[in-house]
Design a protein around this ligand. Sequence first.
Ligand code: FE2
Length: 427
Amino acid sequence: MLDLLITHATLPDGCQNMSIAVQDGRITEVTEGLQAPAHETVDAGGLLVSPPFVDAHFHMDSTLSYGQPRVNESGTLLEGIALWGELKPTLTHEAIVERALRYCDMAVARGLLAVRSHVDTSHESLLPVQALLDVKQRVAPYLDLQLVAFPQDGVLRAPGGLDNLKRALDMGVDVVGGIPHFERTMAQGAESVKILCELAAGRGKRVDMHCDESDDPLSRHVETLAFETQRLGLHGRVTGSHLTSMHSMDNYYVSKLIPLMAEADLGVVANPLINITLQGRHDTYPKRRGMTRVPELMAAGLTVAFGHDCVLDPWYSGGSGDMLEAAHMGLHVGQMTSQAAMRQCFDAVTVNPARLLGLEGYGIAPGCHADFVLLHARNPVEAIRLRAARLGVWRRGQRVASSPAPVAQLRLPGRPSSINFISTGSS
Ligand code: FE2
């Protein structure tokens, strides 16, 4: 007797009428039309069953702090950084834990079951680090939280920056972060990349840096990141987050840079919701979008993910833990409207970030964890279009969240009495 059987599922690759058999928290079989006795059977009715959403770039120490101690009046990156500086002295362990747990509740409801969160290591107290390590342990039964030691004030620029980051790693933080474009000079930024990559290589850690998050076409720390990745043999273990300066770089230089990044098997995270709002702010018209070159990087074979980055914090007053919102924005900002590119936008919030995080047992295949989401959509493109309702969310074969299908009641002469927005006919 199976623990769980999902029937009549459509998978992201387009396979239809699929059954997913679950035993002891793992998928044991994925077969067309399978019927077998199970403690619980769920008929997906032809709707999409996807592996869970994964967010490769988030800040859980600041999330849901919007309005504390005041709102960001201008909505700019610089006022956001100043605001975070005002908030930091007032932070308490309990308040960070409470906000982070509340965010994880939202995430699970959205089918988002793995998050890589940067955690600010700038202050010697490492208060946010201890708080998020506690959260990581508490949410482990239902959400994989991976932490990045993030020196918000600069690892060389801030006194004690490198020591604090090392202590965060000693405490159990998973990944080495960085912020080279915020160091005092280009030379110090490059030096920080070298130091941090060597630190990661020495400790067997992955790397994920905020890198070149500016509109400055000469901010080229990603080149150093690719070089150090290759020099230290860290292929496939290093991610460059944001890389917004690539939007503004000279095309000839980029034609050399992207192959270097591909040689190093660098991971890339674009954060479309945040990039489109924070970059290009010194422009009049035309205004740059600021998002890195996602389609070109994907075409070169790099693993590219879309991150959420911020939800209701000093930098961003929107968001609700919905990775389909990030995919929707990425699709539009990157003009990724071909059939293949729209599907790639779905991959950018599922399989691609799972690869960057190095998640074990991710996917809908025999042997994988029984983690998946039933979406109120017939295929990945429709899921993005509708930011589809998460009808059911399963973790290790247990249902952890449900939402009703959205149906609007209509009162129109000669028209149906309700509408549910989903496409009709075959997918
Ligand atoms: Fe970030």
